[in-house]
Write a new protein. Sequence first.
Length: 678
Amino acid sequence: MTTSATLQEKLSRLGIRNELDLVLHLPLRYEDETHLFPIRDAPHGPMVQVEGDIVHTEVVMRPKRQLVCRIEDSSGDLTIRFLNFYASQIKILATEKRVRLLGEIRTGFYGAEMVHPKYRIVRIGEALAEAMTPVYPVTAGLTQRTLSKLIRQALTELQQQLLSETLPDSIRQHYDLAGFHQSLLYLHFPPPEAPVKALQARTHPAWRRIKFDELLAQQLSMRFHYRQRRKRTAPALSQRQCLVRQFLSRLDFTLTDAQQKACDEIARDLALPYPMQRLLQGDVGSGKTIVAAIAALQAIENGYQAAFMAPTEILAEQHQQKLSCWFEPLGIRVAWLTGSQRKKNKKAVLTEVALGAAPLVIGTHAIFQDQVIFQRLGLIIIDEQHRFGVQQRLALRMKATQSDQVPHQLMMTATPIPRTLSMSYFADLDISVIDKPPPGRSPVITKLIASNRRNEVIERIQHACRLGKQVYWVCPLIEESEVLQLQAAQETYETLRTVFPELSLGLLHGRLPPPEKNDVMTRFKQGEIQLLVATTVIEVGVDVPNASLMVIENAEHMGLSQLHQLRGRVGRGTEASICILMFQQPLSEVSRKRLKIIFEHTDGFEIARQDLLLRGPGELLGARQSGIPMLRFADLERDVDLIAAAQMVANELLDAYPEMAQQHMARWLGDKSEFLRV
Ligand code: ADP
Ligand code: MG
């Protein structure tokens, strides 16, 4: 690019590094400068263009220093106001005669007015724009005009080959897709007759082509890497089902149909000689752990080891307890690895793992540290996968490779993934869903209580404890600082101790040394602690069926999926459970919406869908987000038909037109397509 260093720097702030990026930098919206409204007829609200003579200009001081200017045409008059302005602007508006304005008219202090309109000095009868004017995302010091010029230049200078068609004619015809190059030209330089609405709403065929291409690139890269990984070999773990049957016969419940279906899908994958890449999703409490346990048994009965990784020590500890309980009667030793373990103890475990004496290893991130060497790792289970970065997953997968084999991988998440999201951002995985909870659960009743009605909450707690139930009190979330968070938890604990002198309380937070953490959890599980004051560390996985009341303080600060996860800690027994969301008034608009959603819905899928609508895919992607190219043009909700089409075309291209597929990925993803390597 022949641009000065500073221009280059500004462009790179917009993510533009080369000509191709420039031509893919598409308008945010369009302005209609093709039409002039008589002032009196101009609609209030939308962007309109009007023109008139300047009749008065002055700087007024009240209520605030501002430049006020009146213009009129033959139909009426209009005030324009600038709160920020240069001296040069005063001069121009005071001396020139006629001005053309683009802005939104509202009724204000001075009657009909425009605040900060786009304006241009014109002569009478000056020509109107012939076509819609694109408005690009810009950055400080870079004008629309400069950007537009650069884009035009790039479009004409770019080698034809760089903009060539990446879809075979047959596919374009079948899916009724406009040409790529033509679509770009159309969106950057819409012709005079272009339909305004379709351009603005991005439903025009030119937009559809661009959105399709973007989605196709995403599908291609995900499916490409999925296929690459499938080319590697993994141990074929045959479905002997001997241990599994033994295990199931000892359980005091039977698997639900949904669990059985997930188990079957996993068992089939494990029996294949290439690595499983499966995500098991199921709402909180849907019973994923046992499905994972059954998968582990299949590895173990084939003479392989399984590793089970959880994101927090508390969760890992719970899995350890549960799985030991399940497995030790079968003569299967469960080893335990965490960061906080004593050196000597750890060394012994490492030896067991290396010798294969521990068929199942449970732990935190510590599992994939360098010293951990498995004798024969056949399966990796990752709980709450959205909390782990891609890199961490890769590290584990890599280090497990001794021979040319890689282990199978089962990831689990309690964050339900809306369909459009799993079709797009999760297209590199096979997905199993547990869509129904085990029977006998009673739904959780959610109550919203303003913090000034704290007394009511206190009474409820006393009442619940008198009935022998247990209670969680979740402390406010303070995102900026862990220290403050800790302090708040400590203070809440002290306060509640004076409020409830008759109850036994416990405090649980992330910074507690692990032995103490375990101690608190054990005492809570055994019913010794009646009221557990906790930070959001209990969000994942904690499972104490007798706890049937939860109070969440300052719930308005928490995200939807977090609230849903927290609430999932109660309602695990047969007792009717209550979750009280306390909030501080006044509520912001977003907080009000969030609380309304969590109040009205208990189904995690619906909550996730609403979250997606409210905030986009970030939260639901978790750690994935950092590794995956985000969509710029396509919209998961509105363009679901395009996602489905892109999915089919991706497979077709990879099978029959691999070169076009590569070219397409290079165009849209550049080096970002590396994110899923291995
Ligand atoms: P999650 O999917 O949130 O990880 P868990 O695996 O912790 O859920 O299961 C929640 C609770 O449900 C556990 O106490 C578990 O033992 C129990 N559970 C799992 N499957 C069943 C079933 N089929 N019938 C009855 N209870 C079950
Ligand atoms: Mg779980």
